[in-house]
Design a protein around this ligand. Structure first.
Ligand code: IVH
Length: 676
């Protein structure tokens, strides 16, 4: 196609303006009014015509053109955005009684006044914050930890339901909050395509939405039709906010889609009634909702009620009870974990449950399986409670086939055929063969994981190949791998092989805590590993420490101490340490902070409890350690400071009893030498 050089063809300009207006009108009809007039096909044809014209007359292309939703090169990473107003979460309730308790609290907070409430659907998607300046979308950000999120502007622009420009009358400056979500039909459409190309289907709309928003290439975002409903104003200029109902009307008038299913209720009885009606009706929506959100309507009342650090006092979520579905138990397979534990996993006929297709569920251990007395061929009930993985609740006795037999306890490891034993004081059956390929793979995965030795590029698929080919029988073998050998693996080109060797090499320098964690000692999590590293400073000292010495260390109890001893008393494990040592893996504690930096917290032990607003738990622990302090998890006489956030409980209580110094977040910052 040739490019016209004279851009001011009046006919082209007229047609272009016409198409743009048409496309915007159809977007509005589709997303705001749920009353589309044209098919997707016709919409796409208009869009193609627009893009064609813009190609021929590039000067007529404007940033708010519907064609500009997808543009810009794929990103390397998202920038972090600090929210100007934090994105708080909301408290949950699960029963009408709890809703009444909320109502009591609200009325008490309002000195006896009875508020009106707005009841809305709790959309099961991903929260988003959109900023408009002079009516133009300038930023979209995810919630993140509530204080800081990811800048996903490019992706948000690719969502057709999000207006790039607001209608006349919108405020000069506006930050709106809402939910990005995916309709069930769209998930089905995507899954059909995936099936055709042999990919695993996506499990549920919410995770797919979250995954889509995290894509670095906005073209793929545009191909999946995400939607958006606005439900709150976080900040606005020159808007007199009187009530939530008015806010919803304003948002809609400015061109932002608002979910139509909201209602004003004059009493808690009405609220409960609305919640119960939606519980029954929710499957007719075509998108997922996991409950209702109940909000005080009047802005003045909201202001009087205020917020805790975590959530506003004028809003509450009512979560629908977990869903239960019935399906057939076809098979039980046994998985072997990194310390040899045998886990039975149920394989079932795929069944839809709370928006996901469920076909596998862990049965935890064989004792649990025996207790539930599940047999192949049984009809079982599976439950999904909120975010949690599906659970097999029970079998239906009336549907049990006569020939169904109990699943036999494995006498040998299903992977290596080795001996299995039951934990003397536990419930797990364990494969005792430390060289069992299943265990070796799991241990390698753990060793290479981000919080351990952080070997970039060494994932499960590669590990499986390395173990199956006999190239690697344990972590130490990784350090002897050459790029030439790696190149013989499936889908491994020279460049990736070189990168992997580099990543393995780089892991040799990880601090001792990471190594101790990476070894996969039972009961030694990342935190305990760091405590050990900080206390002993060298792996030889850890290996030599008797159980009672280990037990004397804060946060290390008897079970953990025994497990550590057990690990280092096992000849194969001692052998592993020696091999790692000769491969050049660091065995000493390397201080995370620049050793020359100030260490004002030297000799101090901090315990952090409750919900913080400025730091995640990892961040504050890192800060404490960077300044030379120790971060412990339980309060004792040797605790120097307790840092208490919102809703701190028993630890705060104990610290008070012991008369310890207690800091809030700001006081902690001041002690740490200012907020960084
Ligand atoms: S209002 C300060 N309204 O539920 C109040 N939230 O923790 C802000 N959600 O992640 C939230 N539908 O993304 C509100 N109609 C609705 C909602 C809603 C879904 C999500 C929100 C947040 C979570 C609550």
């Amino acid at each position: 196609m040739s490019t016209d050089t004279h851009s001011d063809s009046p006919a082209a300009r007229r047609r272009l303006d016409q198409i743009k207006a048409e496309l915007e009108r159809h977007n509005r009809l589709y997303y705001l009014e749920a009353a589309p007039e044209i098919s997707d096909f016709e919409y796409d044809a208009l869009m193609r015509e627009l893009m064609d014209l813009e190609r021929r007359f590039p000067d007529l292309r404007t940033p708010d053109s519907p064609s500009q939703r997808v543009g810009g090169a794929p990103l390397d990473a998202f920038q972090t955005v600090t929210h100007r107003v934090p994105m708080l979460s909301i408290d949950n309730t699960y029963s009408p009684e709890e809703l009444r308790e909320f109502d009591d609290r609200v009325r008490k907070g309002l000195g006896g006044e009875s508020p009106a409430y707005i009841v809305e659907l709790k959309l099961d998607g991903v929260a988003i914050s959109l900023r408009y300046e002079k009516g133009v979308l300038i930023r979209g950000a995810t919630r993140g930890d509530g204080v800081r999120g990811d800048d996903v502007t490019q992706n948000v622009r690719a969502i057709r339901a999000v207006p790039l420009r607001l209608a006349d009358g919108a405020p000069e400056s506006l930050e709106v909050r809402g939910e990005v979500f995916m309709r069930n039909a769209e998930l089905d459409r995507l899954n059909k395509l995936r099936e055709e190309s042999g990919d695993e289907p996506y499990r549920n709309p919410r995770n797919t939405t979250a995954g889509t928003l995290k894509l670095l290439d906005s073209r793929t975002v545009a191909e999946r039709r995400l939607e958006f409903f606005a439900y709150d104003i976080a900040e606005s200029e020159g808007v007199n906010i009187v009530s939530h109902l008015q806010t919803l009307r304003d948002l809609q008038a400015w061109g932002l889609p608002v979910n139509p299913h909201h209602q004003r209720c004059g009493s808690m009885d009405e609220v409960i009634d609305a919640c119960q009606r939606w519980h029954e009706k929710r499957h007719t929506l075509g998108y997922e909702t996991d409950g209702m959100v109940v909000k005080v309507d009047a802005a003045a009342q909201r202001q009087r009620l205020g917020s805790t650090a975590k959530s506003p006092r004028w809003v509450i979520a009512y979560k629908f009870p977990a869903e239960v579905a019935r399906t057939r138990l076809n098979n039980i397979v046994v998985q072997v974990g990194k310390s040899g534990a045998l886990t039975p996993v149920a394989e079932m006929d795929p069944v839809k449950l709370a928006g996901t297709i469920v076909k596998r569920a862990t049965l935890h251990n064989f004792e649990e399986l025996a207790k539930k007395d599940l047999r192949l061929g049984d009809t079982v009930e599976v439950q999904k409670a909120g975010e949690i993985i599906p659970q097999v609740l029970r079998f239906l006795p009336e549907a049990r086939p006569a020939e169904a037999v109990a699943y036999p306890l494995p006498k040998a490891c299903p992977v290596c055929g080795g001996e299995v034993h039951k934990d003397p004081d536990g419930v797990f059956l364990r494969c005792l063969n430390l060289s069992c390929p299943a265990q070796v793979k799991e241990r390698l995965e753990h060793f290479a994981s981000r919080k351990a030795m952080d070997i970039d590029g060494l994932g499960p698929a590669l590990i499986t190949q390395l173990v199956d080919k006999g190239y690697v029988t344990g972590p130490a073998d990784l350090y002897a791998l050459h790029a030439d050998r790696l190149c013989t693996l499936d889908r491994m080109a020279q460049k990736s092989a070189d990168n992997l060797v580099k990543a393995i090499e780089a892991s040799k320098a990880r601090p001792l805590g990471r190594l101790l964690f990476g070894l996969g000692i039972r009961h030694v999590g990342a935190h305990t590993a760091e405590v050990l590293a900080g206390h002993f400073g060298h792996i030889d000292a850890v290996m030599a420490a008797p159980a009672d010495q280990l037990q004397g260390i804060p946060d290390i109890g008897g079970v953990v101490a025994d497990s550590i001893r057990d690990f280092f008393d096992t000849p194969q494990n001692r052998d592993l340490i020696e091999k790692l040592r000769s491969a050049g893996v660091n065995m000493e504690e390397v201080l995370a902070a620049a050793p020359s930096g100030p260490r004002p917290f030297h000799g101090m032990t901090f315990v952090v409890t409750g919900t913080l607003t400025k730091y995640t738990r990892d961040e504050i622990h890192d800060r404490i350690k960077a300044l030379g302090g120790k971060a412990a998890s339980s309060v004792s006489k040797s605790t120097t400071y307790l840092v208490a956030g919102e809703s701190a409980g028993s630890k705060l209580e104990k610290a008070r009893q012991l008369g310890l110094a207690i800091l809030n977040e700001d006081e902690f910052d001041a002690l740490a030498g200012g907020n960084t």
